[in-house]
Design a protein around this ligand. Sequence first.
Ligand SMILES: *Cc1c(COP(=O)(O)O)cnc(C)c1O
Length: 482
Amino acid sequence: MKLIFEKGKKGRRGSSLPKMDVPTKNAVPEKFKRKQAANLPEVSEQDVVRHYTLLSRKNMGVDTNFYPLGSCTMKYNPKVNERVASLPGFTELHPLLPQLRRGGALTQGALEVIYETQRLLCELLGFSDCTVQPLAGAHGELTGVMLMAAYHKGRKDHARKVLLIPDAAHGTNPASAMVGGFITQTVASDDNGNVDIEDLKSHLGPDTAGLMLTCPNTLGLFDPNIEEICELVHKAGGLNYCDGANQNAVMGRVTPGTIGFDVMHVNIHKSFSTPHGGGGPGSGPVLVGECLVPYLPVSRVQKRDDGTYTLRYHCADSIGYIAPFYGNFGIILRAYAYMLTLGREGLKRVGENAVLSANYMRVKLAPYFDQQVDRPCMHECVLSATPQAKKGVHALDIAKALIDRGFHPPTMYFPLIVPEALMIEPTETESKETLDEFIEALIEIVNLVDTDPESIIACPLTTPIKRLDETLAARKPNLADV
Ligand SMILES: *Cc1c(COP(=O)(O)O)cnc(C)c1O
């Protein structure tokens, strides 16, 4: 592809501006003026449009291809919610506009959206209160961990410094615990992919601050002993944190707040209508049970008896600010629209269909890959390409071969406890036909491992760039050389 810089021709223009009718003399102070003209490509409008349209077509996204990236929930997101989020009544608000009537009540609608989103999430997940301020899942974790620390500190229980984290937790959990000032200890999984209860017991003691459990976990499994686990931690004086980024698998069926969890976060930028990808923006609302309500961050939206909404900034025990203003409002708005349009039954069906799709995938592909545990999964299934790896074709090669067949690869080499992992999350929004095409592509690739492994190792052949040195690409990206 020819770069736009090479396409230029001296004097070619894509714009025509009217003659200047304001004084330009001294408009820009001398020190800010360029000494030399910028070396910009001189191109026509059509050149520019074609350049960007071609670039956009090189992007693989949910709007163009099946995107089964496990743990990230890359599903089709209703476009109507994008419309809602771009209504000028919301987008043209300034966060410092006055809250109440005196100022014309311009922000009452936005405050109502925040209040109602928090209320709906509390109801859906079984908690007493919620903050929508955290700006990502990991940020929600940090907030939750800070709430747990504030709780123990409030009780002068200073010895509780250890957060227990199962080995099937998401990688951000131990990182958030450390940033929050805790020491982490790993709890092992048993042969069925559940928390090893005996190992958990051996870690519990007077230094236990709590347990951080990803539920469903990164093997896509729901731990059937969850109530017993939560009770053990409570008895030892700890609190239970639920990483609920995968809550879409069980929402409407399980209310973590009523089975022993004291605090949780959900990733509404993955499963509540905002696509996850490209590094943000995100939103990780945190929900808490009664015992943690006093510590929630400020500001807090409140509904007054006369039906108006205000922000409260002074709460004596609050952990304080965790984000400027009120969170990523556009994402909160999409989640609100999503919950209202689907309703109670619709939200339940999201989980049902996501689980059905993942298990369809799991069962159809079981004969071709290894599976750590042979039991129904939730929203994602984890396959292991160890049989192929023994023949010299690895999970990475299979992923590259999928690109040539028009699919975004699944998550690879995660969770860490599964060798050669391929973590597939088909989501609830794909048709059976699409799932079948993906399954057939994987079977074709697996068959080629025996007959023509070189053809897999050579993939991808259809992309502008073949295989990158991934470390170099992350550390020293070269975005211009195509
Ligand atoms: C994505 C994810 C996170 C982290 O969320 P970010 O928004 O990427 O910070 C945490 N836990 C689980 C289970 C996740 O899938």
